[in-house]
Ligand binder design. Structure first.
Ligand SMILES: Cc1cc2nc3c(=O)[nH]c(=O)nc-3n(C[C@H](O)[C@H](O)[C@H](O)COP(=O)(O)O)c2cc1C
Length: 278
């Protein structure tokens, strides 16, 4: 289930322009007398009426204080600011307030305390990174179970579901695996856990593709819970299989470190989209 908050406006045109041009929301559905906008997980609808509904607060939140300041710099020139950016100790948040053209209160904030993760599909695809540093924090079993549960929905050849995971927590084994490809495999020892994503050659004719895709599916699922991963290549080796009790005929797509994300990292630069079409 998803949700939308609807409000009445006397000037749908003006409000549409404001939320798109000033706030950066995107038009999701145009029902003519009502328009629905979205930004991140927020869906907001405005309907043409002879009255204005402007109670409550519309709150937008950013990943950190720096992002709030950056947005403030951008919009404070042509928005009515009612409270400058500052820490609100009651809620441990950093916030500023503004008004929309019909006097609705807009709040822009960052939570300064730990948050339960919440990512839209678009944010997930944009924010998955290769993490090489992690928090020194155990991964609760219930979170790990949620990630595995989602990982069951990876596509496989003829729905063979030939892939499986091996969770490695033994410190000595982790250090050993981390040393196999020198700096390339080093991220493995920075996390409390390593995960080998493997597949069984007897269960699928395309067992290598099954495991490769499942590994990426696992990485996306993990990111939903603030767990970082990093694809470590070239781990399909006999020496590793014997250490992990994996049959020699099976395939190891990757062994990824798995741990809570320490710091958000910028995406390494991508080529413009024209480069991807040949
Ligand atoms: C097939 C493949 C092999 C990779 N091998 C390694 C590796 O051995 N060690 C490592 O630290 N990162 C490895 N990476 C991660 C890439 O360096 C990373 O995906 C790339 O720099 C883009 O950054 P991003 O994943 O944060 O967007 C690999 C990624 C892929 C897809």
């Amino acid at each position: 289930m998803s949700g939308i908050v609807f409000m009445k406006t006397k000037d749908l045109e003006k409000i549409s322009t404001f939320y798109q041009d000033k706030i950066g929301m995107e038009l999701w559905q145009d029902q003519e007398q009502c328009k629905i906008f979205e930004k991140g997980n927020l869906q907001l609808g405005f309907c043409q009426s002879n009255k204005i509904e402007n109670d409550g607060i519309i709150t937008y939140y950013f990943k950190d204080k720096k992002a709030v300041d950056k947005f403030y710099e951008k919009i404070s020139v042509d928005l009515e600011i009612t409270k400058e950016p500052q820490v609100n100790n009651d809620f441990n948040i950093y916030q500023f307030f503004a008004k929309d053209p019909e006097d609705r209160t807009l709040e822009f904030q960052a939570f300064l305390h730990k948050l339960n993760p919440h990512l839209t599909g678009k944010e997930l695809l944009l924010n998955r990174r290769s993490y090489r540093k992690f928090k020194d924090e155990e991964i609760p079993e219930n979170i790990l179970n949620k990630v595995i549960d989602l990982s069951r929905f990876a596509p496989t050849s003829m729905n063979s579901q030939s892939y499986y995971f091996k969770f490695i927590t033994d410190e000595e084994l982790i250090c050993d695996l981390a040393s196999i490809r020198k700096t390339a495999s080093e991220p493995i020892k920075k996390a409390p856990m390593a995960v080998a994503i493997c597949s069984d050659n007897e269960q699928s004719n395309r067992y290598k593709q099954d495991a490769d895709i499942a590994a990426y599916h696992f990485m996306l699922a993990a990111r939903l819970y603030n767990l970082g991963t990093c694809w470590i290549a070239d781990m399909d080796r006999e020496s590793i299989k014997s250490k992990l009790n994996i049959p020699m005929e099976h395939y190891i797509a990757t062994i990824t470190p798995l741990g809570f994300i320490d710091n958000e990292i910028e995406a390494p630069e991508r080529k413009p989209k024209e480069n991807y079409i040949k």
